[in-house]
Structure formats: C-alpha cells, structure tokens
Design a protein around this ligand. Structure first.
Ligand code: PLP
Length: 417
C-alpha cells in the first residue's frame, strides 16, 4: 500500500517541475529543531531549512505574531505606509549601523538585485574615469553564490550556475576569495562595487583571513567602490554577531539579508548607508526606480520584528557565538578521532563547515552528499555542498543535548558504523 510519503511524491512528479535533487522525504510538522515526516518519522534538524527558520520551526511567539497580524492586516501595497514594515526597518537599522536604511523584497536574489541596481545608480552619478560615461562593473569572488535571477547569476562566481542561460547581464568579474592582490588588479575605471559574502556559504563555509575584509574596505574607499556584503546566509545572529561583517569590524556600504531575517517566511532586505538612500528615492527621480508589490508585507514584517525582539531578549547573538564555539571544538575533537576522514572544521557561530576526505569514507557512503543521505536515514538533517563539505547550521534555539545527539549520529556515519 502507498504510504503518505509515496502519495505526496507521486503528486510532485505529476505537477511540479522537479528543479531540486530532493530526497524522498516529505516533512509535515516541525517544532524547534525537531521535524516529522508524512509517515511519522522524527528527525533532528541541524540545518534549519538552509538557515531560514532561525528560531526553529513554529516558534510559539512567531506563531502568535503571525496570527495577531493575520487578523489585523495582510497587505495594502507600497503606496501606503504600514506599521510592521517601519518597525522592522528600525530594528534592522539599529542592529546594523547609524543611518542604515532598508528596502524590502522577498528573497536573497532580489535583495541582491536591489543592491546591484543601487550600485549602478551610484556609478551613473559618479562616473569617475569610466570610458562608458558611467561605471557598472561589479567584482565578486569565485565560488560565491548570490542567487539565480539574471543579475545574481552574473554575480555568482560559479560558471555552472550560468550555464544554459547566456547571455548573462554584463559587468561582472571574479577574483579568488581572500586574495587582496587579485582584487586590486581586477578593479578598473569601470568598477563601481565589490560584492562578497563575508563567509562564503554555498562555496563551502569559506572563512576570510583575519585582515581580508578590512583590506577590502580600505581598497573600496581608495577606489570609490561600494562594498556590498551578501549576508543572506550570515545575517541575523547566525555567526555570533548581528551581521557577520561586524566580526571583522567593518561597515559595508550595502548589505543584504534573506533566509533568517524572515524566520522561514519570504523576506529579503537590502540595507544601505543613509547617504546612498537618495539614489533609490522617488523624489530624486520623479518616479519609482525600484520596487516590488509584496516587499515588506505586513505578515512577514510582523514576524521579522518579533524575531529581533526575541534575539535581543534571549541573548541569542551571544548564544550563537558560545554554542558555535562548542560546536567547533566538538567537531575538532571528532576530527582528531576520525582517522583522516575530517580534514578541516571552520566557521563562525552556528555556521560551521566540515571538510571531508571522501577517499577515506566507506565506499557505499562515497562523498559528502552520501553522508547527508545516510544521516537522514538515521534521523539527522544536515547539508552537503561542493561534494566534500558538510554544513551544520542549526536554529539559534537548538539545545546542547540536541547538538550532542546530532554529532553522535554524524560520527557513527563518518566512521561507517
Ligand atoms: N546569497 C547567498 C549568500 C545565498 O546563500 C543565497 C541562497 O542560498 C542567495 C543569495 C539567494 O537567496 P534566495 O534563494 O533567497 O534567492
């Protein structure tokens, strides 16, 4: 007889485009770091929906916030003002830097689109010595990921993301992450911005060296380039700071948020320095130059405001740093016991990458995606990227006992036991 999971999977095949290499599991319920599938099996979630349900699944206060807002007002469009949206902008600005201003969208890709469009307007107004009469070049890093819209495919430093979609929006060039000399050489008279993830997520939780982001900031200042930090993964207390750029004590000109900022609802944010905001101001142009219908709608904004309240009240920034240090220490201890299977442990806060030597895994496990699949069979949800890296990024409310239980399962899988 078909199980409830079989039924869901069959319908997906019939009616969806199957973009994703999904595993045959259908989740129906969540609570904190626990998940249950359609057949009633329980899982421990140490990846929190790619970082989005940052306070765990169905956090009771977020459920209450969405209920309360759902009974008041959902959406009126952005020609009118709404309270949740302005409260959210204030909360983000206060957690960022003085004068920070927000534009709301729905995803990481469209937050980054907004950042790139703002940078191009800056380059129109400040042409420098560009032979084109305006600057539009954006330098990004190889192995970066910035989204799958047209401009953000261009920004993403991985050719496989762009393949089949050419011609891509022009103006993007790529340099190795962490190589300040390469960046210096890549910035030319047409360059208007440098766009980086402070910690590369999809590329394998790649950490910048201690000085790198400070050097990038200085270089951008010297060459009148905007520094755009893509904090779609790293924002909202994930790395033990409100935003990861604060780990290196720099102020970007623009940074972007998605994933955790909406707690699992569709929200993206572009945050810019106050002095850049007039470039998007309709009064500057006499017309709207950028916008989106549902950006900052009341339901998502109300939930996002509540997230910041809870982050502050419950000290979740410090908790992310402390629990993250323990996670890294535990993983390094596991590395020492792993007979070479684990070759590196890196990350900040609750955003940790574990590098594997796939040749040391049991043949039936094969590689990092194989580890992910075997963990899932045993009731643990983590993630694999780039073939060799495991990513652990639980919700900020995960308990120590849950972390310990998860790592025990992982160690068993890596040891082939
Ligand atoms: N930027 C980064 C750093 C990301 O990791 C992602 C998605 O994983 C994106 C942008 C794109 O975000 P979205 O999938 O919400 O469009």
């Amino acid at each position: 007889m078909a199980t409830p999971t079989d039924t869901i999977l069959a319908r997906q095949d019939a009616f969806m485009t199957n973009n994703y290499a999904r595993v045959p599991v259908a989740m129906v319920r969540g609570n904190g770091a626990d998940l249950w599938d359609a057949d009633g099996k329980q899982y421990l979630d140490l990846f929190a929906g790619f970082g989005a349900p940052i306070l765990g699944h169905c956090h009771p206060e977020l459920v209450e916030a969405v209920h309360a807002q759902a009974q008041k007002l959902w959406h009126v469009g952005n020609l009118l003002h709404t309270e949740p949206q302005t409260h959210l902008a204030e909360a983000i600005s206060k957690h960022a830097f003085p004068g920070a201003k927000c534009f709301f969208s729905h995803s990481g890709a469209d937050a980054n689109e907004a950042a790139i469009k703002l940078a191009r307007l800056y380059g129109n107004k400040n042409p420098g010595k560009s032979p084109h009469g305006h600057r539009y070049g954006v330098v990004t890093a190889t192995a970066s990921f910035h989204g799958r819209s047209f401009a953000t495919m261009g920004a993403t430093g991985q050719p496989k993301i762009r393949e089949g979609f050419e011609p891509i929006v022009p103006g993007f060039s790529y340099v190795p992450f962490n190589d300040i000399d390469a960046l210096k050489a890549a910035i030319d008279d047409n360059t208007v911005a440098v766009m980086l993830e402070p910690i590369q997520g999809e590329g394998g939780v790649n950490m910048p060296s201690d000085n790198y982001l400070k050097q990038v900031r200085k270089l951008c200042d010297e060459r009148d380039c905007l520094l755009i930090c893509d904090e779609v993964w790293t924002g909202v207390a994930r790395t033990g700071k409100n935003f990861a750029h604060q780990l290196w004590d720099i102020t970007p000109d623009i940074f972007t948020l998605a994933k955790g900022v909406g707690g699992g609802l569709a929200l993206g944010v572009m945050v810019c320095k106050g002095e850049l905001a007039p470039l998007f101001d309709w009064r500057t142009h006499g017309r709207a130059v950028h916008g989106t219908t549902l950006g900052g709608n009341c339901l998502t904004a109300a939930v996002a405001v509540k997230i910041w309240e809870i982050v502050d009240r419950d000290g979740l920034v410090a908790r992310s740093a402390k629990l993250g240090d323990k996670l890294k220490a535990d993983m390094k201890a596991m590395q020492a016991r792993s007979n070479g299977v684990i070759t590196d442990v890196r990350g900040a806060g609750l955003f940790v990458g574990v590098e594997l030597d796939n040749s040391k895994l049991k043949p039936e496990i094969k590689d990092a995606p194989g580890v992910f699949k075997e963990c899932l069979k045993r009731g643990l949800l983590i993630n694999a990227t780039q073939g060799t890296t495991l990513r652990i990024a639980p919700c900020l409310t995960v308990t120590e006992a849950q972390m310990d239980a998860g790592l025990k399962i992982l160690e068993g899988v890596l040891a082939g036991k």
